[in-house]
Design a protein around this ligand. Structure first.
Ligand code: FES
Ligand code: FES
Length: 182
């Protein structure tokens, strides 16, 4: 017999309910119960940052947080960043600089950078490095990622040129603006 309990939380501005196993993590509930697979599963021990989401304004490793701990709280995942038919300025900047290579780390990078810019709108390079220190990129795209955060902080000029991809399209698969046809 399994222990299930109803949990209500707000995900990307939308109230959600799920009957979850009490030992399941927020990562499991986001991906398996709510179908939000943009949050990536990798090390499962808090080392890589691929599962980073924002809970009540603070970044957390969703693999280390029990879903029951998120009850009644506001969770933002990568699916919640684009809105109104356009990418967020940060997502547009990631495209602009070619920061997304294989793309696996990018949702976590975006959430960490979003939380950073919410509290520090004009971060120094050192503040960006510190803000993203928990997010590993195996493609070693750190320079482009830092450049993207700097670009977004300045006000990304590319936002209007990058309409949001349709649902279900991985943002990493969207062509890099730098190689768009002339
Ligand atoms: S999967 Fe959570 S930190 Fe790596
Ligand atoms: S873009 Fe491949 S792991 Fe970061």
């Amino acid at each position: 017999m399994t222990d299930r309990m109803a949990v209500a939380l707000v995900v990307n501005g939308r109230p959600r309910r799920a009957a979850i196993e009490v030992h399941h993590t927020l990562l499991e509930v986001l991906r398996d119960d709510l179908g939000l697979t943009g949050t990536k599963e990798c090390c499962l021990v808090g080392e890589c940052g691929a599962c980073t989401v924002v809970v009540d304004g603070r970044t957390v490793d969703a693999c280390l947080m029990l879903a029951v701990e998120a009850a009644g709280r506001e969770v933002t995942t990568v699916e919640g960043l684009a809105g109104g038919g356009a990418l967020s300025a940060l997502q547009a900047a990631f495209l602009e600089t070619g920061a997304a290579q294989c793309g696996f780390c990018i949702p976590g990078q975006l959430l960490s950078a979003t939380a950073l810019l919410a509290t520090t709108p004009r971060p120094t390079r050192a503040e960006i490095e510190e803000g993203l220190a928990g997010n590993l990129c195996r493609c070693a795209g750190y320079e482009q990622i830092i450049e993207a955060v700097q670009l977004a902080a300045e006000g990304s000029p590319g936002r209007e040129r990058h309409p949001a991809p349709p649902r279900g399209v991985d943002v990493a698969a969207v062509p890099d603006a730098g190689v768009a046809p002339q």
